[in-house]
Ligand binder design. Structure first.
Ligand SMILES: Nc1nc2c(c(=O)[nH]1)N[C@H]1C(S)=C(S)[C@@H](COP(=O)(O)O)O[C@H]1N2
Ligand SMILES: [Mo]
Length: 372
């Protein structure tokens, strides 16, 4: 699997100052899609509206002959088919998943990759077997430090052919909070092909790249995994030679359902004067969201929104609501979330070479009409 014709250590490219979105980015944007922001109204995102991100091709997969292997530093290597996995005690978790590249399209300079604005997010109920159960069945050897997860999809990165692979430290793989799942259902139905059919990893609270789809192997190792998606991509780097920090948990973010209706070309929102209900969702992968604030006049003033109670684990977004008295003219609406650890969202753009974990406050331009 390693036709070594490229330099895998090269981090991604930045767009030139005047460079528009290129054909390679349009091709990515055409196969992946975001959550239409009005779908923030649903507690549970209907599967077809959940964002999708696929690096390579959706692999051909049949549940009937799918096999998950658990190998490496285990006492008893396992080969599990779907029937066996479904016979094990299952749990269901409601989890908000967000792509680490969400917000990337607005960065200056712009990393050349999937150009998300803010819509790479969704919430689903995932059903499957706790990873812990499978690892206990296999018996992890004491010198194991990581679990490496391999998907059935395959492609070339910087000239090197490889499978989609990511790892988790053993402490996270075996942990109870969050509880990592090997999931075979999304919202009570078999996984759709684009979301990993028939089997994927779910790592509540972590950015999307950790949730390996089309999962076919788990290997326990005594060294840290250095594959492309772990050690080259998905690191917070300021320069190409900066080793950077790994991208892991989701930074807090609140999003607002754009109020009123769109002006089709400018995408400005249009409302009529008077009370305009504002609503959206807020989440954080570090700790539950405890505060959501809304600003309606771009003058630095914020007022607190009401937040719905969290669900049991706090791995899913919370709905927030506020009311706005709209007056004729142009307005900028903003919303920001703060979590129980005190993490919040910046008002000025943070930057790193991959455009990861970017949680700049959302701003929506609204034109309020003269009274009708
Ligand atoms: N095997 C495999 N798993 C993968 C990916 C992939 O390309 N291949 N993309 C990852 C990324 S970057 C994200 S953001 C999430 C997206 O999951 P979704 O498409 O179900 O929303 O899947 C992750 N798991
Ligand atoms: Mo992602």
């Amino acid at each position: 699997m390693d036709g070594r014709i490229g330099d895998i250590s090269t981090p991604g490219r930045l767009a030139e100052p005047d460079e528009g979105v290129g054909l390679d980015e349009l091709a990515l944007a055409a196969r992946n899609h975001g959550l239409p922001l009005e779908a923030l109204r649903y507690d549970l995102t209907p599967a077809g509206l959940h964002y999708v991100l696929v690096h390579y091709d959706i692999p051909a997969a049949e549940a009937d002959d799918w096999q998950l292997t658990v190998s490496g530093l285990v006492r008893t290597p396992l080969t599990l088919d779907m029937r066996r996995l479904r016979s094990l005690p299952a749990v269901t978790h409601r989890v908000t998943m967000e792509c680490a590249g969400n917000g990337r399209a607005r960065l200056q300079p712009r990393p050349v990759s999937q150009p998300w604005l803010v819509e790479a997010v969704g919430t689903a109920e995932w059903t499957g077997v706790p990873l812990r159960t499978l690892l206990a069945g296999a018996g992890v050897e004491p010198d194991a430090v990581e679990a490496v997860f391999t998907g059935a999809d395959h492609g070339v990165e910087r000239g090197i052919e490889q499978d989609y692979q990511r790892s988790l430290p053993l402490s996270s793989a075996l942990g109870e909070d969050p509880e990592v799942l090997v999931a075979y259902e999304m919202n009570g139905l078999p996984l759709p092909p684009q979301h990993g059919y028939p089997l994927r990893l779910i790592v509540p609270g972590w950015y999307g790249m950790a949730h390996v789809k089309w999962l076919r192997d788990i290997t326990l190792t005594d060294t840290a995994f250095t594959g492309f998606q772990q050690a080259v991509a998905y690191r917070l780097r300021q320069s190409p030679d900066d080793p950077g920090e790994p991208v892991e948990r989701i930074a807090p973010r609140a999003l607002m359902i754009p109020p009123g209706f769109p002006d089709f070309m400018s995408r400005t929102r249009v409302v009529r004067p008077g009370e305009v209900p504002l609503e959206g969702r807020a989440w954080s992968g570090h700790a539950p969201v405890t505060r959501v604030e809304v600003s309606t006049d771009d003058d630095g003033s914020w007022s607190e929104a009401a937040i719905d109670p969290p669900d049991g684990h706090g791995w899913a977004w919370r709905r927030w609501r506020a009311a706005w008295s709209a007056t004729p003219g142009s307005h900028v609406l903003s919303v920001r979330a703060t979590d129980a650890d005190g993490r919040t969202q910046p008002l000025t753009q943070p930057w790193n070479r991959g455009g990861f974990a970017n949680n700049l406050v959302q701003q929506i331009s609204v034109l309020c009409l003269e009274s009708d």
